[in-house]
Design a protein. Structure first.
Length: 257
């Protein structure tokens, strides 16, 4: 059902079974997938593509222009997959030409009230941003990562899969996969064991990750030498270790320790 007070541009494409609440605005070029529910007083910016069965709560702003001085009104977009939940007062900005033109959000994510995703971010699947969590531009967050309330991430940082960032943490360097990070300037405090066990990581995988953590982050070795030792260790056969090594190898901002 589309409420009669909603304003929908004729060039927007609204699929079957979509609900649109009172006073919501949907701009030109927007597409909304089947079964998505959009609450009252929501603004969906031009060029935004929403997947199926998303839930957008009141006063959210989805796909609005990026908060970047370099942005001069170019045609860019925000692309969101299926089954996402966007709570009250969340702001998700579209991309910039300089950053590739897209903000991309995967499937099954939860954006709690007042959280913010800036331009050109890449968000995986099953990610959680708790209340007030804030991402600057050009950030990558891998699958199953969790951002605690009032946490903030510096532009161009990466957050690895299954990482947990505690509330009120400031992230200025990359956070590797599977790790627990906390502090006004994020430091690592071991593995995110609670999250890993919830996702049924095997005992052998957990033992391998614990050993990898000790080698990389709690030895006196440089990062290069620690990674070399890890590659030569028998635990390097685990896909979790391979992903961790790949993440570390590709870091450009540096790694939190």
């Amino acid at each position: 059902m589309i409420h009669p007070t909603a304003i929908i541009d004729p060039k927007a494409e609204i699929a079957a079974g979509v609900e649109v609440g009172p006073y919501t605005i949907i701009e030109r070029g927007v597409t909304v997938g089947e079964g998505t529910r959009i609450g009252p007083h929501v603004v969906i910016g031009q060029g935004t593509r929403l997947g199926k069965k998303c839930q957008i709560y009141q006063f959210a702003s989805i796909g609005e222009a990026p908060q970047a001085l370099a942005y001069k009104g170019e045609e860019t977009c925000l692309v969101m997959g299926d089954d996402n939940i966007v709570r009250e007062f969340v702001t998700l900005n579209r991309g910039t030409v300089q950053g590739g033109g897209k903000t991309v959000i995967g499937k099954g994510n939860l954006f709690m009230a007042y959280s913010h995703v800036a331009h050109d971010c890449l968000i995986g699947d099953q990610v959680i941003l708790a209340n007030g969590a804030t991402l600057a531009g050009h950030i990558t967050i891998e699958d199953y990562a969790i951002m605690g309330g009032l946490s903030a991430v510096h532009q161009f940082c990466r957050i690895g899969s299954h990482a947990f960032i505690s509330g009120m943490t400031g992230v200025t360097l990359d956070i590797p996969p599977y790790m627990l990070a906390s502090g006004s300037r994020a430091k690592l405090f071991g593995l995110n064991l609670v999250g890993l066990k919830r996702h049924r990581f095997s005992d052998d995988a957990l033992k391998a990750l614990k050993k990898a953590y000790r080698i990389i982050f709690r030895s006196s070795l440089t990062l290069e030498k620690a990674m070399k030792r890890l590659r030569e260790d028998e635990i390097a056969q685990f896909p979790e270790i391979q992903h961790l090594l790949s993440f570390l190898q590709q870091s450009k901002r540096g790694i939190s320790r």
